[in-house]
Design a protein around this ligand. Structure first.
Ligand code: ZN
Length: 393
C-alpha cells in the first residue's frame, strides 16, 4: 500500500485549510510573531509535515540515543553607548532552561559563542518588518542557531523564529530568531524553547482553523498533530481562558468556548507551542518531540540538520587553593557528565601542582569536592570547557 496515497487526501485538506489561518486573539500584546510569510511557505511546511508523518514511526524509534547538538550563538543587542542588554549569565541560564525543556527530545543545545552589538536601531523597539533583514545581514553567522536578544520588539511580542523553509526577501539564511530581553531573562518565561519549537518546524497548537474537540479533523486543523488536543487559542490572565481567577495562577483552562459540534474545548495549557501562560508551558506532545527529532535528522530540513560550531568559545574557571565544596562550570553547556570528588577519571594533570579537568559541556563538582585531598601536591584547580571537543555530527 502506498502510504503517500493514504496521507495525500489529508494533506490536501490541510492545504485548503490554510486559507483560514487562524487570526490571533485580540489581547493587546501579541504573544509570538512567528508566521508563515507566503502561501508558498505554507505549502512547503505542508510538504515537510507530510514527509514527517510518513516517517514518524521511524523517527520515534531510530533516534534513540542519538543526540543532535545545536550550536547556539548569542547576539546581545545593546544601546549605541554600550548600555543595557541582557547579561551573558542570564542568556546562558535561558539556554540551560531550554535544554531542560528539550529533555524529552534528542536535541541538546550548547553555546557556540556570543557577540555584543551596540546599535540603538536594533536594540530599541526592534521592528521585524523594517529591521530584520539589515540586522541579520550585518551580524548573522553561518551554520549555527543565531539568537538575537533585543530590548523589546516593536510589535510587543515575546519574539519570533523562522521555520526551516521560510526566508525573508533579501535574505538567503533563516537560521535565526529574535527574542525580547524580558522574555529571555525571566526564569518563568519559556519563550526561547517556544521559538526553538518553530525553528524545528512546530506551528502553534492553534495554528490552522478550527480543530474539532473529537479529533476528527486533527490532521487538517490545529497544528496537524493528532496528539495535541483542539486549542481555541489560549490567553493567560483574568480576561483570558487560562489561570483566569483573580488570585489564582493555576494554569487551569477556564474558557467556555465550544467547537463547531458544540463540544467544549479541553486544550492543553502546558504545551510549549501554545499561547498559555508562559510559566505553564512545560511539555511537548510525543509527536511534536518526534517531529523536531525528524527536522534535525538527515531526512529533515537542510537548514537545520547541518548546524555546526566551527569557532567555539571556551570557558575557564580557576578555583582557589584548597577549594572544598560544590561548583558548576559551564552549566549552559548542559550535559549529564558529572565529575565529582569521587570521580576524576577525566582529569588531566598539566603540571605537578595544577589539576586540570577538560570537559565538552559541563563540569560539576559535587558538595564535598576537595581537590587537594586527592593529591596533597595539588594546590591549584582549573576547569576548562571546550564545547567543540565532542563529536558533533
Ligand atoms: Zn510562537
Amino acid at each position: 500500500m502506498d502510504m503517500k496515497a493514504i496521507f495525500r487526501p489529508f494533506m490536501l485538506g490541510l492545504l485548503s485549510a490554510t486559507s483560514f489561518f487562524a487570526p490571533l486573539r485580540s489581547h493587546g500584546q501579541e504573544e509570538c510573531s512567528t508566521e508563515f510569510g507566503t502561501a508558498q511557505e505554507t505549502q512547503l511546511f505542508i510538504q515537510r509535515h507530510q514527509d514527517f508523518l510518513l516517517n514518524e514511526a521511524l523517527y520515534r524509534s531510530s533516534n534513540l540515543g542519538t543526540y543532535k547538538w545545536i550550536p547556539v550563538f548569542f547576539h546581545i543587542l545593546r544601546a549605541s553607548d554600550g548600555s543595557g542588554g541582557i547579561s551573558l549569565s542570564d542568556a546562558r541560564s535561558a539556554l540551560v532552561r531550554c535544554n531542560n525543556a528539550y529533555a524529552p527530545t534528542f536535541i541538546r543545545f550548547f553555546e557556540c559563542g556570543y557577540q555584543y552589538h551596540d546599535n540603538d536601531t536594533y536594540y530599541d523597539e526592534f521592528d521585524k518588518e523594517t529591521e530584520q533583514v539589515g540586522m541579520v545581514n550585518a551580524y548573522n553567522i553561518d551554520s549555527v542557531a543565531n539568537v538575537y536578544i533585543v530590548d523589546d520588539l516593536e510589535s510587543g511580542s515575546g519574539g519570533f523564529a523562522k521555520f526551516p523553509d521560510v526566508f525573508e526577501t533579501g535574505l538567503t539564511v533563516n537560521n535565526y530568531m529574535v527574542i525580547d530581553r524580558t522574555n529571555m531573562e525571566s526564569p518563568e518565561y519559556t519563550t526561547l524553547q517556544h521559538e526553538f519549537g518553530h525553528f524545528f518546524d512546530l506551528p502553534h497548537t492553534h495554528a490552522w482553523g478550527d480543530e474539532l474537540v473529537n479529533g476528527s479533523n486533527c490532521t487538517t486543523a490545529g497544528d496537524g498533530f493528532c496528539d495535541t488536543p483542539a486549542d481555541p487559542t489560549l490567553e493567560c490572565g483574568i480576561l483570558g481562558n487560562v489561570s483566569c481567577g483573580i488570585f489564582v495562577d493555576d494554569c487551569d483552562y477556564c474558557g467556555s468556548d465550544t467547537d463547531a459540534n458544540g463540544d467544549l474545548y479541553a486544550p492543553s495549557t502546558t504545551n510549549i507551542m501554545s499561547y498559555s501562560c508562559k510559566e505553564c508551558r512545560t511539555n511537548w506532545s510525543p509527536l511534536q518531540a518526534t517531529k523536531m527529532n525528524f527536522t534535525v535528522s538527515p531526512d529533515g530540513a537542510a537548514t537545520r540538520n547541518h548546524l555546526n560550531c566551527t569557532n567555539c568559545s571556551t570557558s575557564l574557571a580557576t578555583l582557589p587553593p584548597g577549594f572544598t565544596g560544590a561548583y558548576i562550570l559551564g552549566e549552559h553547556y548542559h550535559h549529564n557528565e558529572i565529575v565529582s570528588s569521587a570521580d576524576l577519571t577525566n582529569a588531566t594533570i598539566v603540571t605537578s601542582d595544577i589539576l586540570t579537568l577538560i570537559a565538552t559541556d559541563r563540569i560539576r563538582l559535587l558538595p564535598g569536592f576537595d581537590f587537594s585531598a586527592n593529591d596533597p601536591d595539588l594546590h591549584r584547580f582549573r576547569g576548562i570547557i571546550d564545547p567543540c571537543g565532542f563529536d558533533n555530527p
